[in-house]
Ligand binder design. Structure first.
Ligand SMILES: [Fe+2]
Length: 174
């Protein structure tokens, strides 16, 4: 049985992941309105991924006989100053999510809940990817995205991203 404080953190993490999905969908809409359909596609896919993260934790709570208690998801912003502003906010948000994941692992270890500790290692690794992606997009934009032609090329490249459901989610749903 999961300790109450661990269960609460897992439920809160479902909300953080669902908020991430909302945030990236809002960013996707902003890019669409700017005519940057490649960036919009990248963020649309990212929103799906965040939803999958939420469902992985949701399924985990149920599988361990925990109780799912959903919380409200706050409204994301819908306006940003520039493309770079969105990319920078994305990195900041992922760093925030990483801190929440680390806290779960930290509390799980204090409570000797090695199942949760072990399970959340997947998220620790995922956050390495998420922060790396956010950093790479900032790097790409700063090195080539400033003029119109380079921005067009970056938009084309980001537009090739396709959604692949995380293997962990498909296993849990089976
Ligand atoms: Fe996530």
């Amino acid at each position: 049985m999961m300790k109450e404080n661990v269960e609460l953190l897992l439920n809160q993490q479902v909300t953080h992941e669902l908020y991430s999905a909302q945030l990236y969908l809002s960013m996707s809409a902003w890019f669409s309105a700017k005519g940057l359909s490649g960036f919009a596609k990248w963020y649309y896919v990212q929103s799906y991924e965040e939803n999958a993260h939420a469902m992985i934790i949701y399924n985990y709570i149920l599988k361990t006989n925990g109780r799912v208690v959903l919380e409200p998801i706050k409204a994301p912003p819908h306006e940003w100053d520039s493309v770079l502003d969105v990319l920078t906010e994305t990195l900041k948000h992922e760093e925030f999510v990483t801190s929440k994941i680390y806290n779960i692992v930290d509390v799980a270890r204090q409570e000797k809940d090695f199942k949760v500790d072990q399970f959340f290692q997947w998220f620790v690794n995922e956050q390495v990817e998420e922060e790396d992606n956010a950093n790479k997009n900032i790097g790409k934009y700063e090195s080539m995205g400033m003029d119109g032609k380079a921005l067009y090329l970056m938009d084309q490249e980001l537009g090739t991203r396709v959604y692949v459901a995380p293997a962990l989610l498909t296993t849990m749903e089976a």
